[in-house]
Ligand binder design. Structure first.
Ligand code: SAM
Length: 225
């Protein structure tokens, strides 16, 4: 299975450093304003898991907003998990971070035991998203929330310009990496994501484009008869 790293040509260490560096911009005040207005108070000691958690910084911030939550993070890349375990200071709850391949292993949570699942910039990388979404659906409680935040297709010139302006890439780097990553980052439109979520049994309650590259979907499990 190609990983994000092999698709981008970046090493694990390069992707890790990029995630750390861009974290404050990606999860800024506007993001948290949106997030907390749609994911309100969690039930006491609710389990909250972040899939493809990267260096653990999102879980650090999540723990500050929801200090009573029991936090878990899963990522296939050992360097990401090691960073989250060794270099992040958690003012809120300390998450349990585990190396885990979402495409291979079931989540180590009982059915219906998780209240909140988040997944940011990960699902587009996975060859087969539906089995992963089915596993998320399995662990979520009936009143649980799944927040998907992922890349959406942009026109090619806009995407290349976005890379230069937002990632600070030079013309030559943006052309090299940009052409390589355009089919990866532009794999799904907003409508495709909505269709996938619906196919997987999620109802979209809210959605927004907090930046041109990504769309966020706040969903709940569809009720079954
Ligand atoms: C673009 S990074 C996003 C990291 C984090 N969610 C964030 O927003 O900062 C994608 C992450 O997905 C992880 N990943 C890719 N394939 C995975 C898989 N099959 N199982 C678990 N994690 C995976 C990568 O290791 C990487 O940390």
């Amino acid at each position: 299975m190609p990983t994000h790293q092999s698709l981008s040509g970046a090493s694990d260490e390069e992707l890790l450093q990029r995630m750390v560096k861009t974290h404050p911009d990606r999860y800024d005040g506007a993001f948290w304003k949106y997030f907390t207005s749609h994911v309100k108070n969690l039930p006491p000691r609710a389990a909250a898991i972040d899939l493809g958690c990267g260096p653990g910084l999102f879980l650090r911030d999540l723990g500050e907003h929801y200090p009573a939550a029991a936090l878990y993070g899963y990522d296939i890349t050992p360097a990401m998990i090691a960073y989250g375990q060794q270099h992040v200071t958690y003012a809120g709850g300390k998450p349990t971070l585990t190396v885990h391949d979402l495409t291979r292993d079931p989540l180590p949570h009982a059915s219906g035991a998780v209240y909140l699942v988040t997944m940011s910039s990960v699902l587009h990388v996975l060859d087969e998203p539906l089995p992963v979404l089915a596993e998320i659906r399995r662990v979520l409680s009936r009143d649980g929330i799944f927040v998907l935040h992922d890349w959406i297709r942009q026109p090619l010139p806009a995407y290349l310009a976005w890379r230069r302006e937002n990632l600070g890439e030079s013309e030559s780097v943006s052309l090299h990496r940009g052409f390589r990553l355009f089919p990866v980052h532009g794999k799904y439109t907003s409508e495709d994501w909505q269709w996938l979520l619906s196919e997987a049994g999620f109802v979209t309650r809210h959605q927004a484009e907090l930046r041109a590259s990504h769309r966020i979907f706040v969903t709940t499990p569809a009720t079954t008869a």
